[in-house]
Design a binder for this molecule. Structure first.
Ligand code: GLY
Length: 283
């Protein structure tokens, strides 16, 4: 009994990037699904899915990141293991292709959970992650705002859940700004026996609400994955006027998603083999 869901960010995708964004989600889903069927752990699966999304310049994560006010690509990412509640995260990291893998290395190779800024970049390079120039990471041309943080949630064959989220931040953000994505309970959360969540959208309201934690507590209280996702997005809009989206999986492998933006490309499969895919809630 396994389940998997991925998203490519909540926002407004212009006509020309809608099909590529959905295709990017399908590719990442197919790759991660094959790993899940091979018996790989939920942590491996969400990392692999997010790495592919970070490679795809249609998304605002890894390659395709929006510049900060200094014109640099500075990225945030988190990966969470529901079995142990361990997580690793990086914030304002530069010059790496896969912030999600550096986040995992923070958890696995140090006693810490979160590294930031130039020190996170130095750590990554010392750990053998290749140095990638800003020009290769930055969004090319007039890529419009709100196009999209990426993330994945999975339930593996052993019953473990995991979540990962990665972002290139908001367009024109102040240098040094950190969004919701690398913060536990905001950008992602996972706990065996309850579920896993990955969030996307305008980070400031989402971190005020600790939106991923909110979804997890809705699941713990017995809401379905769809109800938990929808209720949290309704709360975000009601309380802060925030715009965003999220995906989740519960401990039984039911999947849920919700967004109050125009689009959120996504692809998921529940434990009972229901596939959900599209650019909007309506598929
Ligand atoms: N949710 C991504 C950000 O605000 O940075």
């Amino acid at each position: 009994m396994t389940a998997l869901m991925i998203h490519g960010g909540a926002g407004t995708f212009p006509e020309e990037s809608r099909e590529p964004a959905l295709a990017g989600c399908h590719r990442a889903f197919a790759h991660a699904q094959a790993l899940l069927e091979d018996g790989r752990s939920a942590v491996d699966v969400v990392e692999a899915a997010v790495m592919l999304l970070e490679d795809d310049p249609v998304f605002d994560a890894g390659h395709g990141s929006y510049p900060d006010t200094e014109g640099r690509a500075r990225m945030d990412a988190i990966i969470v293991d529901g079995a142990t509640l361990d997580f690793g995260a990086v914030a304002c990291i530069g010059n790496v292709a896969h912030p999600v893998s550096v986040a995992r290395r923070v958890w696995e190779a140090t006693d810490h959970c979160l590294l930031v800024g130039n020190d996170a970049t130095t750590f990554a390079h010392a750990q053998g992650f290749p140095c990638v120039p800003d020009e290769a990471l930055l969004a090319q041309g007039e890529k419009p705002s709100g196009q999209g943080t990426v993330g994945a949630v999975a339930l593996d064959a052993a019953g473990h859940v995991a979540a990962a989220t990665s972002t290139g931040g908001t367009r024109g953000r102040l240098a040094g700004r950190v969004g919701d994505s690398p913060l536990i309970g905001c950008g992602a959360i996972a706990e065996d026996g309850v579920g896993a969540v990955s969030a996307t959208g305008h980070g400031e309201p989402m971190m005020k609400l600790m939106i991923s934690r909110l979804v997890l507590e809705h699941l713990r209280a017995g809401l379905t994955a769809e109800e938990a996702a929808t209720r949290a997005i309704t709360h975000l809009e009601w309380r802060f006027g925030g715009e965003g989206g999220l995906i989740c999986v519960d401990a039984s492998g039911r999947i849920g998603h919700a967004h109050n933006t125009e689009h959120m490309p996504h692809h998921g499969r529940s434990a009972d083999d229901l596939h959900v895919t599209g650019l909007t809630d309506r598929g």
